[in-house]
Design a protein around this ligand. Structure first.
Ligand code: MG
Length: 194
């Protein structure tokens, strides 16, 4: 289904944008927009640089998950490795770098599984999700303020964790679902990377 004619009737024009909070990770802005019917409204937005996330699959069919404390959500969560894209960095390079830094794994074979927009109601954040294979252990290099526990779980167990409530993190749910589709041969958007 095409969306161009639909979008033309939905477009909001930004009239003004004020920086309310200028953080090191997040920029909070208040936008004034003109609605399709000509009225004005305000939109609060969080600008985010974007991130890359990695589903690993080793030769034994196991997947690396991290357990990490997430202060905004007030608890610990199961997640696939991920990190934010540095200014000017190619998202695949982010993925390679984060997999080494967080999980102590380097990968020789990469597939782009897809892009998600995980918070479109209030943020432009997007996450590029990759599949990493042909894995080699290497030295983990966590950031000074980063604490996490790594586990390697059989693929079917990871899939079960997406169905029994153990995993609620959105990039992890989508990443594991797309891996299932990819292995089925039905993920038409997947792209093999160099
Ligand atoms: Mg991270």
């Amino acid at each position: 289904m095409t969306h161009e004619t639909i979008d033309a009737r939905l477009t909001e024009t930004v009239l003004d944008e004020t920086l309310v909070y200028d953080g090191s990770l997040l920029k909070v802005r208040r936008m004034t927009v003109r609605l399709p019917d000509g009225r004005q409204a305000h939109r609060e937005t969080i600008r985010h640089p974007g991130a890359s996330a990695i589903v690993t699959l080793d030769a034994d069919g196991r997947i690396v998950l991290e357990r990490q404390w997430r202060a905004p959500a007030g608890g610990a969560f199961w997640e696939i490795p991920a990190g934010k894209i540095d200014p000017g960095e190619d998202p695949l390079e982010t993925a390679r770098r984060e997999l080494i830094e967080e999980a102590g794994v380097s990968a020789a074979r990469w597939t782009h599984l897809g892009t998600i927009h995980n918070a479109i109601g209030y943020s432009d954040e997007h996450i590029e999700i990759y599949l990493a294979r042909d894995l080699t252990p290497c030295q983990q290099r966590l950031d000074e303020n980063e604490f996490l526990t790594l586990v390697s779980v059989p693929m079917q167990e990871a899939f079960e964790m997406t169905r029994n409530g153990a995993i609620t993190d959105v990039k992890t749910l989508i990443g594991l679902g797309w891996l299932r589709d990819y292995l089925d041969g039905s993920l038409s958007q997947a792209k093999e990377m160099a």
